[in-house]
Design a binder for this molecule. Structure first.
Ligand SMILES: Cc1cc2nc3c(=O)[nH]c(=O)nc-3n(C[C@H](O)[C@H](O)[C@H](O)COP(=O)(O)OP(=O)(O)OC[C@H]3O[C@@H](n4cnc5c(N)ncnc54)[C@H](O)[C@@H]3O)c2cc1C
Length: 462
């Protein structure tokens, strides 16, 4: 990414990984490149179904308000398309039973929409929209990237193998810019090492939280307890979590989560029984009478992990990292797809503003900055969790005070409309976490107002 004298002067861009982040980045770059090639190890299914390269496919996915806005900016009318394809849109907290700090969050608070489609539908529609807009993007599926070409000064392409030729010849593709979008398990640190480049510093914070997800049939015309789903928020005192969200085709996606030592079971009966330990009986009540459509599937790679390519010394030019390959989050906060879209918006804006002056280092910084709020939310909330470990753990004296204050904020969310809105805006990546400290109203209410109790049953009007 250097000296684009014309709008197409990025030359040939190779995007490694053709999931959400890869495709949205290809879209952002397409207008500035001579050619874009996407290398994806999977074969794309024709229908919105799970695929093996994305092990999180069967798990519950929510698109936050910030993600809806970013996708609509990149792909105009995308949220309408989602709606037409049956993706439910919920207002939070009005349509969702959110249990936080020992009580239900009042549903009379002002709400913001989130979209709760299945992960395969979200990805399928993003792929369709991007490839319709840019028919010249060359997508090579069943193509597994095995390394980078070039040297410690400049990345000049990628090496790959096509499926079925594992023992055969390794092939190469040259490119002026290579974008790594291969997800959480990205091999880029090792690929750079092979070029003689020191891998970027990594920040990690892991709580060991374990997930299991199962889909159930639901009759969308019949809300449960006057809500469309539940979100039981785990915290340091109450470590079990649950999210029950409607998806297209009359499905309820149910994800249960627990700490390292108490993971949700993946046998059907054990899964439902586990929900009996949640702090409110409503989700268990619903699960006991619901008809499962799938078997539960587990997931354990839930650490927050940020690779500091912006800080790496001596990185070669012509190389950019986006999406989970750059910054992956504990999925409990539902941020990854929204952040991938925000990464692509940041890149688009940098290209529009800087044109010929945009370097890969500057583009990398902009992409990383677009993920900063999400990183602070996830690591800030995970730090006080029992068993949290890693070099990104915040455990200094100032962190103790901050955690004490944030606990007061969390306790006031259920009953206080002002604190609830401010907290939700941070969670939905519409406002930075610092806004909880800089807003005078939130500060005063959190420090000096008592918590406001809300009714124990959602069906009771509060
Ligand atoms: C259990 C769980 C629940 C989640 N829930 C939510 C949620 O509610 N909301 C949300 O926004 N996010 C959620 N996420 C996060 C979200 O799924 C990711 O953040 C998002 O998919 C990141 O997109 P990506 O394109 O960076 O990576 P991925 O979607 O992981 O895609 C990486 C792509 O690269 C390909 N690839 C990998 N290696 C190679 C290679 N060597 N060569 C070629 N191709 C390769 C893969 O096949 C894949 O297509 C959740 C994640 C998990 C694990």
């Amino acid at each position: 990414m250097r000296a684009p004298a014309t709008t197409r002067s990025l030359g040939h861009v190779a995007v490694l990984g053709g999931s959400v982040a890869g495709l949205l980045t290809a879209h952002a770059l397409a207008g500035h490149a001579e050619r874009v090639t996407v290398l994806e190890r999977d074969h794309y299914p024709d229908e919105p179904v799970a695929r093996s390269g994305v092990p999180q496919s069967p798990h519950t996915h929510v698109l936050l308000t910030s993600g809806i806005r970013a996708l609509d900016e990149l792909l105009p009318e995308f949220s309408r398309l989602l709606h037409r394809k049956g993706a439910p849109s919920l207002s939070v907290p009005a349509d969702l039973g959110v249990w936080q700090a020992g009580q239900w969050v009042s549903r009379r608070h002002p709400s913001e929409p989130v979209v709760t489609a299945s992960r395969p539908l979200l990805e399928h529609l993003i792929r369709r929209r991007v490839l319709e807009r840019h028919p010249h993007i060359d997508v090579r599926t069943s193509t597994r990237v095995t390394g980078l070409l070039g040297d410690s000064e400049r990345v000049a392409g990628a090496a790959f193998r096509e499926r079925g030729s594992e023992l055969g010849e390794q092939r190469e593709i040259s490119a002026d810019l290579v974008v790594d979008a291969t997800g959480r398990a990205s091999g880029a640190p090792e690929w750079l090492d092979a070029l003689g480049v020191t891998a970027p510093p990594e920040e990690v914070l892991a709580t060991g939280r374990a997930y299991a997800t199962c889909s159930f049939h639901t009759d969308s015309s019949e809300p449960i307890d006057r809500v469309s789903g539940f979100y039981i928020v785990p915290d340091a005192a109450q470590p079990l979590g649950a999210i029950l969200l409607p998806a297209e085709d009359d499905r309820m996606m149910v994800t249960l989560s627990g700490p390292r030592a108490n993971p949700p079971p993946t046998d059907p009966d054990g899964f439902v029984e586990f929900a009996g330990g949640l702090p409110h009986p409503a989700p268990h009540r619903w699960l006991r009478q619901a008809e499962p459509l799938t078997r539960p599937v587990g997931y354990r790679h839930t650490a927050n992990r940020r690779r500091r390519y912006d800080r790496a010394a001596g990185l070669p030019s012509g190389f950019l990292v986006v999406g989970d390959a750059l910054c992956a989050f504990n999925p409990v906060y539902g941020q990854g797809i929204s952040v991938a879209a925000m990464n692509a918006v940041a890149l688009s804006r940098e290209l529009a503003a800087s044109g010929s002056r945009l370097t890969t280092r500057r583009a990398q910084r902009a992409v990383l900055t677009s993920a900063r709020g999400a990183w602070e939310v996830a690591t800030g909330a995970d730090s006080p969790m029992p068993g949290a470990e890693g070099n990104a753990l915040r455990a200094g004296p100032a962190d103790g005070i901050r955690d004490w204050y944030l606990e007061r904020v969390r306790e006031r969310v259920p009953g206080d409309p002002v604190v609830c809105r401010a907290f939700r805006d941070v969670l939905f990546l519409l406002a930075p976490p610092s806004s909880l400290l800089t807003s005078r109203r939130v500060l005063l209410r959190s420090l000096f107002h008592p918590t406001i109790p809300t009714p124990d049953e959602l069906s009771t009007r509060d």
